[in-house]
Each structure stands twice: as structure tokens, then as C-alpha cells.
Design a protein around this ligand. Structure first.
Ligand code: ADP
Ligand code: MG
Length: 227
């Protein structure tokens, strides 16, 4: 079992600024490409079964561009009082299709009364989508994911996401959160980088503990809303 705190790199700032500029230029032509592809698909429903693939691939480029742009954007995070249960429920609704397809079950444990978070809920949803997707993707043969939430001192919320998946090789640990680091055939290697950045923007923490072939546990610490 290995342990580390995700590293935040100076070069991310430079990559982020570049990516934001390029991403901005790509987004408009991409959305018109998607619109016209959809239109063609409707016009010729029986002639070409490649349209769904084309649309899915355009969506994929869009996700990558959005992830990259997040890093270069000036952060106008709006902190509000938000309920972690709602954030998790939303995340599970997004990942539901994938869990059903892969025979993955997700159980959430709330330890004690859980106060609200001080956070930008949109961005935290992105964090949990990224982490839960990684957990699901680590278990192609199915398995269980356990999410637990607790608050110890009234100030910090501790959220962990544990899977029974492939785990992470010791050699890979230092690369986690590096842009484009992925061990997946169709991975982007951007999820943890964006996750890391959002958590940092919340003055939170993320740690990863993993044993190859046993599974991975991701710990996230976030600030509780103070009255
Ligand atoms: P991607 O999912 O596109 O590969 P991420 O930044 O989300 O990019 O993750 C980077 C890499 O970290 C993954 O390719 C994988 O090797 C490793 N990883 C992250 N989370 C897990 C997990 N829960 N189980 C196993 N490996 C993981
Ligand atoms: Mg990922």
C-alpha cells in the first residue's frame, strides 16, 4: 500500500493558460460540427450508422476541451451552503448507466448528522463524477464502491471513496494528477488534474491510498459551512 499527496505543478498554470486560449477557439467550430452532424443524422436516418459514433467522439473532444479550459480560467467560484448528500445523489444519477452496465454497486455511509459544506456545488459534482468514474473503470468485472462521509471537529468533512478494483502501481503514484497521465486505452488523463485543482480552490485536500489488485481509496477533505 502506498500513500501520497497529489502534487500540484507550476507547469499546470502555463498549460492551463494555453489550453484556455486554444479551447476557446475550438469550442465554437466544435459545437457547429456537432449540430450539423445531428442534422445529417436526422435527415438520413437509414443511410449511415456512423453518426452516433461521430457525435460521441465530438462529445469526447468537448469534455477534454472543457477540462483543459477549467485550469486556465480565472476562478470565480461561488461558495454557497450545500448538502453533500445532494451532491453525491446527483453524481450517482450521472454514473448510473455505467454502474449498471458493469455490475458495480455503490453504497453510501453517512456517519452521524452531516452539516452542509461551504463549496461550489457544480464544481464538487465534477470532482465526485471524476472520482467515481475512476473507481468504476477500475472494476471492469464489477464490484462494490463504498462512499463514506463524516465530520470530526465541526470544521472539516472527510469523504472517502473506496473501490475493489485494479489498484495503482507504485510506479504510477507520482504521476497521478499530471496532465495526460493515463493507463487507460481511452483515458484522457485529465480527471485527477481537474479534481486536484477544484479541491485546492476549496482549500481542501485529496489523498490516495492504493494496493495493486486489491483496490484504491481516495480521501477528500472539504470545509464545513460555518454560520
Ligand atoms: P483517466 O481516468 O482519463 O485515465 P484520471 O486523471 O482520472 O485520468 O486518472 C489517471 C490515472 O490514475 C488512471 O488512468 C489510472 O491509472 C489511475 N487511477 C485513478 N483512479 C484510480 C482508481 N480508483 N483505481 C485505479 N486506478 C486509478
Ligand atoms: Mg478519470
Amino acid at each position: 500500500s502506498a500513500h501520497l499527496e497529489l502534487r500540484q505543478k507550476e507547469k499546470l498554470a502555463v498549460i492551463g493558460q494555453m489550453a484556455a486560449g486554444i479551447g476557446h477557439e475550438i469550442r465554437n467550430p466544435l459545437s457547429s460540427l456537432k449540430g450539423f452532424t445531428q442534422l445529417q443524422k436526422e435527415r438520413f436516418p437509414n443511410t449511415n450508422d456512423f453518426y452516433p459514433i461521430m457525435i460521441a467522439e465530438i462529445d469526447r473532444i468537448n469534455t477534454i476541451v472543457n477540462d483543459l479550459m477549467y485550469l486556465g480560467k480565472p476562478k470565480d467560484i461561488t461558495f454557497v451552503k450545500a448538502n453533500i448528500e445532494e451532491i453525491i445523489a446527483y453524481t450517482l444519477s450521472i454514473t448510473q448507466q455505467q454502474t449498471e452496465k458493469q455490475a458495480v454497486t455503490i453504497t453510501t455511509f453517512m456517519f452521524g448528522p452531516i452539516p452542509p459544506l461551504d463549496c461550489d456545488p457544480h464544481q464538487l459534482k465534477q470532482v465526485f463524477i471524476n472520482l467515481i468514474k475512476n473507481a468504476i473503470e477500475s472494476m471492469p468485472e464489477g464490484g462494490e464502491i463504498k462512499i463514506s462521509v463524516k465530520v470530526l471537529d465541526g470544521k472539516k468533512m472527510y469523504i472517502s471513496i473506496q473501490d475493489e478494483g485494479c489498484g495503482i502501481e507504485e510506479d504510477s503514484l507520482p504521476n497521478l494528477g499530471e496532465p495526460f497521465f493515463t493507463t487507460k486505452i481511452d483515458g484522457t488523463g485529465l480527471g485527477l488534474m481537474v479534481t486536484n485543482q477544484i479541491i485546492k480552490d476549496h482549500k481542501g485536500k485529496i489523498n490516495i491510498e492504493s494496493s495493486p489488485s486489491k483496490g484504491t481509496k481516495v480521501y477528500v477533505t472539504l470545509p464545513v459551512y460555518q454560520n
